[in-house]
Design a protein around this ligand. Structure first.
Ligand SMILES: *[C@@H]1O[C@H](CO)[C@@H](O)[C@H](O)[C@H]1NC(C)=O
Ligand SMILES: *[C@@H]1O[C@H](CO)[C@@H](O)[C@H](O)[C@H]1NC(C)=O
Ligand SMILES: *[C@@H]1O[C@H](CO)[C@@H](O)[C@H](O)[C@H]1NC(C)=O
Ligand SMILES: *[C@@H]1O[C@H](CO)[C@@H](O)[C@H](O)[C@H]1NC(C)=O
Ligand SMILES: *[C@@H]1O[C@H](CO)[C@@H](O)[C@H](O)[C@H]1NC(C)=O
Ligand SMILES: *[C@@H]1O[C@H](CO)[C@@H](O)[C@H](O)[C@H]1NC(C)=O
Ligand SMILES: *[C@@H]1O[C@H](CO)[C@@H](O)[C@H](O)[C@H]1NC(C)=O
Ligand SMILES: *[C@@H]1O[C@H](CO)[C@@H](O)[C@H](O)[C@H]1NC(C)=O
Length: 729
């Protein structure tokens, strides 16, 4: 197949009355017509989609792809893309064997109710992990059609035996160590156990404390769809997993993966998710690790729950005591003895020929090993310029006494340091530099890592967490919500080291549990919370569950102050959405903003998508209204990207609480705006009753081009239903 590339050929939604086998044979003959023969079609065919929607992936030349896109029945042909796992870079993977300290917000026990099945698209799963013990679980519900697929596995010790907790495991890849959905990367085991892991009592190690590991909703059943390897996640495999998972009978899907923000008709996750919500399956996705740049958020389609990452109230802290008795706090896994040595700045540890920027960043190529030896080197670090592992390895080889790396964006993330050292925030680096410039002989002492609980403020938004607005829908606030995604401890694959003691892969350290960071870790927390809500309200739509999570989210931290960003500034809703998930409150949200599939389609029309593009996304033939008007969607947040004149927005709330309940509006308008809520009181007479209200934004002055934020809260005696507001002139 010289000159050919893999493409995804999408042929639309699937009619219920058409048999999957009929779909397969008609797609095969369509491909044969293009490539010349049945044999060649068989050779070039990748996946076929036949259950929830239709299409296939295939190796094609550019000409063949073009011919196919003009073939009747073909909605769109797009190149197969590689998406990425949303952990911080794999070289920043860190871990500590057997260590688990539950933070307060991780340790709440959520009671189980109805059966909930969560499908996870990821790197596979380690089935023997104690987190997937099915002790005490009831029989798998009869509606479940998924399987534990071990096709092609010859080695008996690799076979995955599903149980009543891990009820499915399918594999879509040919690469990797195993031929099934056994996890050879660790990521999938981590996310899956975060969602629905059973309780696992732990012991302490390295003096970092002890506790019990558990998933967000231990009552959930989980099914793995292996679509990612270390190389990434191919979009044709992702679509195949959606096609199977929707048909298998999952209730919720969790995707800790993504790529650049894309138009929805180019985005396999947006397309697969649309078919999922058509079947009332909520899809929860990582918002991405491309922060703090604006408009970096991905997986932002309105029908997706888009999750940002924030810290928890537990830190792995390294104390750095300066010669002037001031102590700075850093973050690292640092198991070395207390180390005292003199400090040297990158610029003073470099070759005389070095460029000063490169020198202060500690670029290894300009450092002078002789100057570094025996010293604690201080760098204004940028992991995009030089990977952490390369710098640490070099410093270790050169006999540096220690290392202090200043960078706001990554300073929350704990990683293994093979020599005494830590990441510190820029504010701490400033103190450190002030000390070195005020004294001719400077020294510091670096202490080993200790666990610090009840850290304040927490949560704070992680620097790496991608920010809104989403490029494709400025009128929808994204991300939707934030959840713990920094230094999260969960189960790990026995095939993958948690860290390399010597950073040279000759001394790998293994553990059943590992601590990693990313929106990849935040997404499964939100998924677990959604599973909990679904277990209590099995008949709720994905939009209702999402609304419940959003309107009950907390926009204040544990000091009761507005959520802070990674650098100590006030964070905005484009960093945290509606706020930090509050699962117990989400089970009783009082009111929900529900949305139908048809409303999403109309919203696409109003957002400028034409019928062809909408057919790609939804598989449906949609006739957009002649003048669809401004985009409007019954969303739990309100965003107006260009507020020139007085503008009204209508929202409809459904009473899911007590039949007779009364809510009053409390608005805090964005700066420069008068907010009118009409009616100001909503009196419900029945559960399930819907009432519409109008929110009018009156600009009191010419608004600046900067976003301004506010909130609207509907309150009853015991419940607050909170919506963030975002407007720009
Ligand atoms: C079977 O797989 C296990 C786990 O990967 C491995 O240790 C063992 O060597 C394999 N056995 C054979 C015969 O390949
Ligand atoms: C820490 O100090 C002890 C006692 O001096 C020594 O035996 C040990 O090797 C040191 N550990 C490290 C990691 O340097
Ligand atoms: C130093 O090198 C960087 C590229 O690594 C370059 O962008 C910068 O202009 C250089 N600065 C000086 C002062 O030469
Ligand atoms: C550092 O040394 C220089 C030259 O020896 C001296 O002039 C200066 O006062 C010293 N500074 C401090 C802060 O001790
Ligand atoms: C983890 O703890 C268990 C039980 O205490 C112990 O057997 C095992 O060796 C520990 N693993 C590591 C990697 O330290
Ligand atoms: C729909 O929009 C796409 C992308 O802008 C464009 O390529 C296509 O020609 C449009 N189709 C119609 C029928 O307008
Ligand atoms: C609820 O009942 C009261 C009293 O019967 C009535 O006045 C009110 O209009 C009703 N509210 C709605 C929203 O139907
Ligand atoms: C707003 O801008 C318009 C047009 O630039 C100007 O005519 C008007 O005076 C401005 N109003 C205020 C209140 O600044």
């Amino acid at each position: 197949m010289a000159g050919s590339k893999k493409y995804v050929v999408y042929t639309g939604g699937k009619r219920e009355d058409v048999d999957p086998a009929t779909v397969v044979s008609s797609l095969a003959s369509m491909l044969a017509g293009i490539v010349g023969s049945d044999d060649e079609a068989t050779a070039s065919m990748g996946f076929t989609y036949k259950k929830a929607f239709t299409g296939f992936s295939a190796w094609l030349t550019e000409d063949q792809a073009e011919t196919l896109s003009a073939t009747p029945g073909v909605v769109k042909v797009f190149p197969n893309r590689m998406l990425q796992l949303q952990t911080t870079h794999s070289w920043d993977f860190v871990g500590t064997p057997n260590v688990t300290v539950p933070s307060k917000n991780e340790s709440k026990t959520l009671p189980a109710a109805a059966d909930v099945i969560v499908g996870v698209l990821d790197t596979g799963v380690w089935p023997e992990s104690k987190s997937f013990s099915d002790a005490g679980m009831s029989e798998v519900p009869a509606r479940w059609k998924g399987t534990c697929d071990n096709k092609g596995v010859t080695n008996a010790s690799v076979i995955i035996n599903c149980n009543k907790k891990l009820i499915g495991a399918r594999n879509y890849l040919t690469d990797g160590e195993f031929k099934n959905a056994r996890d050879d990367a660790g990521h999938g085991t981590h996310t899956t156990s975060t969602i629905g892991g059973a309780l696992v009592p732990q012991v302490s190690e390295f003096g970092l404390g002890a506790g019990t590991a558990r998933g967000g909703f231990p009552g959930a059943r989980v099914a793995m769809y292996r679509v990612c390897s270390e190389a990434g996640c191919a979009s044709d495999a992702i679509l195949a997993a959606f096609d199977d998972a929707i048909d298998d009978g999952v209730d919720i899907l969790s995707l800790s993966l993504g790529g650049l923000p894309l138009a929805y008709d180019e985005d396999p996750i947006a397309i697969g998710s649309f078919h999922a919500i058509e079947r009332k399956i909520l899809v929860s996705c990582a918002g991405g690790n491309s922060g703090p740049a604006a408009s970096s958020v991905s997986n932002g389609a309105p029908w997706i729950l888009t999750v940002a990452a924030s810290t928890i109230d537990r830190h792995f802290s390294v104390d750095i005591k300066l010669g002037n008795d001031k102590t700075l706090q850093g973050t690292a896994l640092n198991f070395e003895n207390i180390t005292s040595a003199s400090l040297i700045l990158g610029k003073d540890a470099s070759l005389s020929s070095a460029n000063s920027t490169q020198a202060s960043l500690c670029l290894v190529t300009v450092l002078d090993p002789a100057k570094v030896k025996g010293k604690i080197i201080v760098c204004e670090f940028d992991p995009l310029v030089i990977p952490t592992i390369i710098l640490l390895k070099s410093l270790n080889n050169w006999g540096a006494a220690g290392v202090i790396l200043g960078n706001d964006v990554i300073a929350d993330i704990v990683r293994y340091f093979p020599l005494p050292g830590a990441f510190i925030k820029k504010a701490a680096l400033k103190d450190l530099l002030a000390y070195t410039s005020s004294s001719n002989s400077t020294a510091a002492t670096i202490f080993p890592t200790k666990t610090v609980l009840d850290v304040e403020p927490a949560p704070t938004v992680a620097g790496f967490s991608s920010r809104g607005p989403h490029i494709e829908n400025l009128d929808i606030l994204k991300p939707d919500i934030t959840a713990p995604g920094v230094n999260i401890l969960a189960a790990w694959s026995a095939a993958v080291p948690v860290f390399l003691e010597d950073l040279d892969a000759t001394k790998p350290v293994f553990s059943d549990f590992n601590i990693i960071s990313g929106t990849s870790m935040a997404c499964p927390h939100a998924t677990g919370a959604a599973a909990y809500v679904k277990s209590i309200h099995p008949d709720w739509s994905p939009a209702a569950i999402k609304s419940a999570l959003m309107t009950t989210a907390k926009s204040v931290d544990n000091e009761k102050k507005p959520l802070k960003d990674f650098d100590g500034s006030d964070a905005t809703p484009f960093a945290f959405g509606a706020g930090q998930i509050s699962p117990l409150d989400a089970a009783n949200p009082g009111l929900v903003y529900d949305t139908s599939v048809e409303e999403y389609l109309l919203h696409l029309c109003a957002s400028g998508y034409n019928a062809t593009q909408i057919a790609v996304i939804s598989g449906r033939t949609v006739r957009c209204p002649e003048s669809p008007g401004a985009p409007k969607l019954n969303y739990p947040s309100v965003t107006i990207p260009e507020l020139k004149n007085q503008t009204s927005v209508v929202r409809t709330v459904t009473n899911v609480g007590a039949p007779k309940s009364v809510y009053r509006a409390i608005g805090s308008p964005p700066l420069g705006i008068e907010l009118i809520v009409s009616p100001g009181t909503l009196a419900f007479n029945a559960t399930g009753q819907k009432i519409a209200y109008t929110l009018t934004f009156v600009p009191l002055q010419n608004l600046s081009k900067k976003w301004a934020f506010g909130e609207l809260i509907w309150t009853s005696d015991s419940i607050s239903v909170r919506s963030p507001l975002a407007v720009k002139g």
